[in-house]
Each structure stands twice: as structure tokens, then as C-alpha cells.
Ligand binder design. Structure first.
Ligand SMILES: [Ca+2]
Ligand SMILES: [Ca+2]
Length: 116
């Protein structure tokens, strides 16, 4: 009985360590993508630090962005990162215009190797 309990605790510990590693890795390599509803970082804001299948109520709202950290980000005009990604370069910020304005619905840090 005590053997089973120990095993359960071990598995839990392992899971916890993996989660921490995951988060630490994302922080180091990904930075973050900041979005706001109105130009010049005004209105509702959304901070993204990993893969997003959908911005939810923030879909088709972003009119401004800032990329912190040293990784580029991909944003998509559809949910679930479908279609062609639009690249937001590391260290840049600005207002979205025309097609890019009020269109983004999902995002991810640019993968190391992308099949495009
Ligand atoms: Ca907007
Ligand atoms: Ca859209």
C-alpha cells in the first residue's frame, strides 16, 4: 500500500518538474506578444506568451502590437493558426493597418523550422 502511494507521489513530482521546465523554456525563448484593441497601446489589451488557438473575445480586435524578447511571432487571420502566418518581428511594435487591422485570431512564437 505504501509502495503505491510513493509511486503516485513520484509521478506527481515528475509532472510538476516538467511543467516548470516548460514555462521556463517559454520565458527564455519566446518573450511575449502584446496586443491592444486601439492604436498606440490603448483600449483592451492581451498578452500572449505561447501558442494561442483563439484570442476569444479579442478575435479581430488587435490594432496595435509589441513583440518583446528575441523571437519573431506569427499571427493568423483565422482561429487554430490556419492559413498563412503574418510575421511580427522581434523587438518591433506598431499599429496594424489595412488587412492586418482587426483581423488576428490566433498566434504562436515562430517555430525554429517552419515548412514554408
Ligand atoms: Ca481594434
Ligand atoms: Ca480574422
Amino acid at each position: 500500500m505504501s509502495h503505491i502511494n510513493n509511486q503516485t507521489q513520484d509521478l506527481y513530482s515528475i509532472q510538476l518538474v516538467q511543467d516548470l521546465d516548460h514555462e521556463a523554456a517559454a520565458t527564455v525563448s519566446g518573450g511575449a506578444l502584446f496586443l491592444s484593441d486601439y492604436p498606440f497601446n490603448t483600449g483592451d489589451q492581451l498578452k500572449i506568451s505561447g501558442k494561442y488557438d483563439s484570442f476569444g473575445s479579442f478575435n479581430n480586435k488587435a490594432s496595435w502590437y509589441e513583440v518583446t524578447g528575441d523571437k519573431d511571432w506569427y499571427v493568423y487571420a483565422n482561429e487554430y493558426r490556419k492559413g498563412k502566418p503574418y510575421v511580427l518581428k522581434a523587438g518591433t511594435k506598431g499599429n496594424f493597418k489595412d488587412y492586418a487591422n482587426n483581423n488576428w485570431e490566433s498566434a504562436e512564437p515562430k517555430p525554429e523550422y517552419y515548412p514554408y
